[in-house]
Write a protein that binds this ligand. Sequence first.
Ligand code: GLN
Length: 306
Amino acid sequence: MPNYADILKEIEEEIQPLFSQGKVADYIPALSTVNAEDFAMSIQLLYGKSYHIGNTQHKFSIQSISKVFTFTLALKAYGKELYKRVNHEPSGNPFNSLVQLEYENGIPRNPFINAGAIVTTDALTSIYKENTFHTILEFIHTLTNDSSIQYDETIFCSEYQHGYRNMALINMIKSYKNIHNEIDDVMQTYFKQCSVMMNTQQLAQSMLFLANHGTNPKANEALITPSQAKRINALMLTCGHYDASGDFAYKVGLPGKSGVGGGIVAVVPQKMAICVYSPKLNSQGNSLIGTKALELFTTKTNLSIF
Ligand code: GLN
């Protein structure tokens, strides 16, 4: 087995020159107040050990990583029916893009761009009504075995007040009758799920079921079927980094999902889940150092799926 503790140390050293690059997200004003120099990385092996480096206790806003949780819940509830409302192809466009939606009659390309995640949250709202956010949070509590995880009210309010594009997206989708609930109810849940605060340790833990054919290894409980886990991993690989998904597959070669809060999660099937945090982003809205750290990790360990 590779010496993961040493590998993490090497990665931390090798990323140092990159700290001058990238830019913290500021279109959600509350996100711009983070410490731009923060770095943390956690590896959680399927059974047993975990390895950590940096500020791994620091909780940050999970943002679009939450789309993995909501897509999992929706796929579990609706199965293939879900694909009538949200497709499973890469978009090749930025995460908050509007253009494709009009050409494609309000059916978002995939559940990991904002449009698709909003439809997914709407689909959950049809089932769980006013308990939708509570259901999402409980799912995160189950995955992490940690009921202290909550959302951040300040980040939630900040995004709610500045969510112009997301409001445009949901209005456009509703005009095609692909939103079935009240716009405000869906957006409140969407913004709350994005403002959930977790650290790299908790996020790595939360993704282990995807490395384990859909079964939570701690409780040995099947959360979704192996085939559904395969589909979620496939979408993380092809769509998890928006218009940089190809680049992420090329450099890292793992299913992964990023968030504009600076986190990235990645799955090594049958082996482990990883989370890295560094809030400065590249031009596609993915953590710049996080991507590099994962590239170094798969290069040093040969753990890419390719
Ligand atoms: N809450 C963010 C938004 O909707 C999520 C985007 C992201 O993390 N890429 O804009």
